[in-house]
Design a protein around this ligand. Structure first.
Ligand SMILES: *Cc1c(COP(=O)(O)O)cnc(C)c1O
Length: 370
């Protein structure tokens, strides 16, 4: 079976350095908020081209804490509306509702699967205060258009960069394309820890300091609590692991781009809709998502032929039982995408033989057999 993602193989590439990082932290005797976190924050901020990076416990917390900080700073209040793509992972929406803000769902562009900038303005009301673009599957959103809309309507831009570490829009990277950005280092992400981890990047020093305090019990100074904060910290061990993997991220992205190019040039089955991108650097191919109306049949066929795939995602957020209040909403493009997409294996240590097999099996599919 060709695995959808082989985390064991991916991480064992760096076994010696990861073990060295573990030993360094173990022997230091210092496990929370120390020099590994400080160094990773500096290195990841530099990687993104952002002024500040604040390590937190996971990607959802990163997004929640950005909104929370804007509330503390008086720039957002309960009931304000946030524009968000309907076609996203549920965490993007939970970050909004967790803060008692109102998500306003916008349909995607059917070719890129990203929020359609042409459909944002019709959703803006006097209560709209922010846009949360999600660089889904690893591709940067059309930020020139989104920034222009945000400037015209005085909206904050909060990027969901959980899938897009290293992706560029123009000459700037995700994490430096809006007012603040949330990253996830969940093990399966392009930059993955060996457990949960996340970070916020921003160029706004006041926002950075507020987030830092909110994630540490609302405290800038030990035992002095300015806000009703939470405990959401990146720990020394995960930071040490992430420092190892950050060094190799650009190489892994290059390999992902090679695989994506190979798939796009070699898959010629007319039943399959391939992903499109206008600019090579804008996509880091966290996921390689193809589309066909008989998705379930295709998935069974691939599985029967030794190829494991996943679906990102089978049920859109507005149709989830958790969002009962949205269940009656009709978002036809988002719903169609969720019915038709399937993600192929794409990661740095996939062999050429595996890739050839995947392409051959897909090209032989006649739309019926499974
Ligand atoms: C993974 C992910 C998150 C959440 O990250 P966690 O670290 O799992 O909390 C948020 N948004 C998107 C788009 C994601 O893919």
């Amino acid at each position: 079976m060709i695995k959808f993602l082989d985390l064991q193989k991916i991480n064992l590439q760096y076994k010696d350095e990861l073990e060295e990082a573990f030993a360094r932290v173990l022997e230091s005797g210092w496990y929370i908020h120390g020099c590994e976190v400080e160094a990773f924050e500096r290195e990841f901020a530099a990687y993104c081209g952002a002024k500040h990076c604040i390590g937190v416990a996971n990607g959802l917390d990163a997004l929640i804490l950005i909104f929370r900080a804007y509330k503390v700073l008086g720039l957002l209040k309960e009931g304000d509306e946030v524009i968000v793509p309907a076609n996203t992972y549920i965490a993007s929406i939970l970050a909004i509702t967790e803060n008692n803000l109102v998500p306003v769902l916008v349909e995607p562009d059917i070719n890129t699967y990203l929020i359609d900038p042409g459909k944002i303005e019709e959703k803006i009301t006097s209560k709209t205060k922010a846009i949360l673009p999600v660089h889904l599957y690893g591709q940067a959103c059309q930020m020139d258009k989104i920034v222009e809309i945000a400037q015209n309507h005085k909206l904050k831009i909060i990027e969901d960069s959980a899938q897009s570490h290293g992706a560029y829009f123009g000459d700037r990277r995700c994490g430096n394309l809006g007012d603040a950005s949330g990253f996830s280092f969940y093990p399966g992400k392009n930059l993955g820890a060996l457990g949960d981890a996340g970070a916020v990047t921003t160029n706004d020093s006041e926002l950075a300091e507020t987030i830092r305090a909110l994630g540490n019990y609302g405290s800038h100074k030990k035992y002095e609590n300015l806000y009703k904060g939470v405990n959401s910290r990146l720990d020394e061990l995960q930071a040490a692991f992430l420092r190892v993997k950050l060094k190799y991220l650009d190489d892994e992205i290059l390999r992902r781009r090679d695989i994506a190019r190979y798939y796009r040039e070699s898959i010629n089955n007319e039943l399959i809709v391939l992903p499109s991108t206008s600019d090579d650097l804008s996509h880091v191919w966290h996921l390689f998502v193809i589309r066909n109306a008989a998705r379930d049949t295709l998935q069974q066929y691939l599985s029967a032929n030794g190829i494991q795939t996943l679906v990102h995602y089978p049920i859109p957020p507005h149709k989830q039982p958790a969002f009962l209040e949205q269940n009656a909403t009709s978002l036809p493009l988002t719903e169609r995408i969720h019915k038709e997409v399937i993600s192929l294996p794409i990661y740095a240590c996939l062999g050429d033989r595996d890739l050839e097999k995947i392409v051959a099996v897909i090209n032989e599919w006649d739309g019926a057999k499974c």
